[in-house]
Design a protein around this ligand. Structure first.
Ligand code: GCU
Length: 407
């Protein structure tokens, strides 16, 4: 697991001087001056750099997918929502693999309904206290309350409802769709053997991954795109108004999914930190050294080459945000979440502004980080909330307003 005691910098004075790669400077030295060259040349270059050096290349062959609605309740949440559960089956070389999507749609909203889509940490049944949701029987991290022998118990029903705010989302006229991230890959270094990375690999559980092959974040992000494949053919959901959202490691995943799949109308990163919204070159809080040692399965092997060598990484995270342009983007931090480097998250959004400007889209509207609980921006948005690493009702209120403004 690496050296957990390696010093962590929490002092602004100790942030080294750094030069960020310029998102508008092409690999051949020419400058992007218009939307056309951004789309045709520079955007694909940046995407490729992230694939090659950070998240790896995802499985990209067409997949045989089937959708099965396994439950549906028109009277959920006291009658104000429709709840559905959908199993998505992938078939490949004679095998089958599945993930389950839980969907709540506001019944009062004009159809089709815009939705927030995000992965969850401990099973779909944890996002809302609703006895109708199937309890996940997949492998779970042991650190959650009510997890016994790496499996969820009934005690975990609704346990993360505070992080999802389904009522607020429904009252805001939107929907929520969520998937347990462990459906795609259990989150531990050997988890890939039981996940889609082994399922799609020609050598299955004996796979050896190349230096630029996908890691777990790539696998989780791939699942978000498969949920989008389902939305496209569900007449109750407006697939042109899907906001991909995630907290923490799943915020990193939401950004990577939004960067790759332009069908997502907007992206939200909540406290995503290192390898998410935070600039790597600041080396504040968690660094590449820490993340690659504690979580060696999240990124591609090549990413490890940049441990303690952030300045030689050909990209930085503001360029991940720039891949969301011209779609609306919300990055949020928490004041006490220094491990995720709130200022580095703000600066990433700030340094993505030139790409949004190409499309005539406004930036954050401020030169420096706003005070706590003071959201800024309209198209690129940011806030730092008081409190700890979490996704709270305050965060969701801002995201629901953001969705209302843009979708
Ligand atoms: C750890 C990890 C972070 C991650 C977080 C989470 O703190 O170091 O990179 O964002 O877990 O996902 O909760």
């Amino acid at each position: 697991m690496g050296d957990r005691l390696k010093e962590v910098n929490y002092s602004e004075e100790k942030v080294p001087g750094y030069i960020l790669p310029d998102p508008l400077l092409c690999n051949d030295g020419t400058r992007v001056a218009d939307v056309f060259s951004w789309k045709a040349k520079r955007r694909p270059e940046i995407l490729e750099l992230f694939r090659e050096h950070v998240y790896g290349h995802s499985f990209s062959l067409p997949v045989n997918t089937e959708f099965k609605i396994t439950s549906s309740d028109k009277n959920a949440l006291g009658g104000k929502a429709v709840r559905k559960e959908v199993s998505v089956y992938f078939s490949h070389r004679g095998g089958k693999y599945s993930m389950d999507i839980l969907i709540y749609l506001s019944s009062g909203a004009k159809k089709p309904v815009p939705v927030f889509l995000g992965l969850n940490f401990f099973g779909n049944h944890t996002v809302c206290n609703d006895a109708g949701i199937k309890i996940s029987c997949r492998w779970m991290r042991p650190d959650g309350k009510g997890i016994v022998n790496n499996r969820a118990t009934g005690e975990t029903r609704g346990i993360n409802a505070g992080r999802w705010q389904v009522d607020k989302i429904i009252d805001g006229g939107c929907g929520l769709a969520t998937i347990y991230y462990g459906d795609l890959e259990p989150d531990h270094p050997a988890g890939w053997r039981d996940g889609i990375r082994a399922f799609f690999h020609p050598q299955g559980k004996n796979a050896e991954f190349g230096p630029a092959d996908w890691g777990a974040i790539g696998a989780w992000a791939w699942g978000l795109s498969r949920a989008m494949d389902y939305f496209v053919q569900d007449g109750d959901i407006d697939a042109r108004r899907v906001i991909v959202m995630g907290h923490s490691r799943l915020g990193k995943t939401a950004l990577w999914a939004g960067a790759q799949d332009e069908r997502f109308a907007a992206a939200i990163s909540n406290n995503s930190g290192c390898g998410g919204a935070a600039l790597s070159r600041r080396r504040f809080g968690e660094t590449l050294y820490h993340i690659n040692n504690y979580f060696p399965h999240w990124f591609c092997e090549n990413y490890k080459k940049y441990n303690d060598r952030e300045d030689s990484l050909p990209v930085d995270q503001h360029e991940l945000i720039s891949l969301i342009a011209p779609r609306p983007l919300y990055a949020a931090s928490a004041e006490e979440d220094l491990w995720a480097d709130p200022r580095g998250e703000f600066l990433s959004a700030k340094h993505a502004e030139p790409v949004y400007a190409l499309f005539g889209k406004p930036g954050l509207g401020v030169a420096d980080m706003p005070p706590v609980n003071h959201p800024v921006g309209n198209f690129i948005c940011y806030h730092v909330r008081s409190g700890k690493h979490n996704a709270t009702s305050y965060d969701w209120e801002q995201y629901i307003n953001f969705a209302g403004r843009h979708l």
